[in-house]
Ligand binder design. Structure first.
Ligand code: SF4
Length: 390
């Protein structure tokens, strides 16, 4: 299936202001990972870049001045410096960038070099999201992450030295064997790097990952639910104490340092997407590029990638998804619009929301339903209850 024929025709000039790029290469596969990433033994970085530039060329006609760009993976910083120069140069040629555009690149601490960061900064990158995951080598080993924890600090310093203003760190909690004290220590160590944005993810056991297979083989046990809940609460205490507020279930920032690109996703905004397995969403339509690298490289319709799962989301499902993603963010879901879109079920939606307010799981403020701290601990269940109504 081709994006141009299904969605793109006649939509040139749509003026989409966010763009996601997926770089699929990784050193090796981390055991908990279910992203599309490959350990490339054939050195396809060059052909990948050629193909990416063609896709960017095709997508440019749908873009307005870019407000946010996010390069994720995989390990984007594994892409060779000279290829980064080509990608960034092509983006400058083909896209306009809005003043203050937030341009993030995900970074593996092992791959940070002064040269790379200087090239990124010169190309407009002003934010790096560094995969720290843990500062305990033992836990990194469990996750099959191989970097030296000290490299995280070095990556932060290199980013600052190169003039990349914002650095975010990713951490994972609930690693088998991790104690509450160790988790708190990870949080404090991350803060000591001077970061103003932290993403703290609970370890999840996705189907088909090596981590899940090891769990099923009894190699370790899952973190106890109570410990997990304590870790969640301790995260809030420690980060709030340092002036970072939660703005999404797993994301914390100093006010003003929120990741604007991810907010576009959670607010169900529009974004274009390039690279294998990248998903896009524009004007109620969404699609996903095919994931397999060779399929994505080998198919080229005027630069457009082969896509799958192209659909115009029907209104009821759109509302359900709006509830799900809206409750993930602290700003919550717009009440009147949700009730209106729920039609005959609007009254019932209000009633169920009211019950959650009574239980202290949600508040209604500023015309929006939003989860409380307690509500965030059972956020999936609250969202599911409300989604069932509509
Ligand atoms: S580095 Fe990231 S994308 Fe690559 S395998 Fe590990 S978790 Fe997955």
């Amino acid at each position: 299936m081709v994006l141009r024929g299904v969605w793109g025709a006649g939509r040139e000039g749509t003026g989409v202001t966010s763009l996601y790029l997926h770089v699929p290469f990784c050193f090796h596969k981390c055991h908990y990972c279910d992203f599309y990433s490959i350990v490339d033994k054939q050195d396809r970085q060059g052909v990948f870049t050629d193909r990416l530039l063609r896709e960017l060329g095709a997508l440019a006609e749908f873009a307005g001045p870019l407000e946010t760009v996010f390069v994720g993976g995989g390990t984007p910083t594994l892409l060779r410096v000279e290829l980064w120069e080509r990608v960034l140069g092509a983006m400058r040629e083909r896209f306009k960038f809005a003043e203050g555009c937030e341009f993030t690149v995900e970074c593996n601490p092992e791959t940070a070099t002064p040269e790379l960061f200087q090239v990124l900064q010169a190309g407009g990158v002003n934010r790096v999201s560094i995969g720290a995951q843990s500062f305990e080598s033992r836990h990194l080993k469990t996750l099959e992450r191989w970097h030296d924890p000290a490299k995280v600090f070095r990556a932060v310093e290199l980013a600052r030295g190169a003039g990349i203003e914002r650095q975010s760190l990713d951490l994972i909690w609930g690693v088998p064997g991790q104690t509450l004290g160790e988790w708190e220590s990870d949080l404090r160590t991350a803060l000591s790097a001077g970061t103003t944005h932290l993403s703290c993810y609970s370890l999840t056991y996705e189907q088909g990952t090596a981590m899940t297979a090891r769990l099923n083989r009894g190699e370790f046990v899952k973190t106890d639910e109570d410990v997990d809940a304590d870790m969640f609460e301790r995260t809030l205490e420690v980060l709030r104490g340092a002036g970072l507020e939660r703005y999404e279930v797993s994301n914390f920032a100093r006010p003003g340092d929120e990741c604007r690109h991810n907010l576009v996703y959670w607010r169900q905004g529009d974004w274009l997407a390039a690279g294998p397995s990248a998903s896009g969403h524009v004007a109620g339509w969404r699609w996903k590029n095919v994931a397999r690298l060779d399929d994505w490289i080998g198919f080229d319709d005027g630069g457009f990638a082969p896509v799958m799962d192209v659909e115009e989301v029907e209104p009821r499902r759109n509302l359900r998804e709006r509830i799900m993603t809206g409750l993930r963010i602290v700003e919550g879901v717009e009440v009147e619009r949700a009730v209106l879109d729920a039609g005959a079920r609007g009254g019932e939606l209000r009633r169920v929301a009211g019950l959650n307010v009574e239980r202290g799981l949600m508040v209604e403020r500023g015309g929006r339903w939003a989860l409380t701290d307690r509500g965030f601990m059972v956020g999936d269940a609250v969202a599911a209850e409300m989604m069932r109504v509509v």
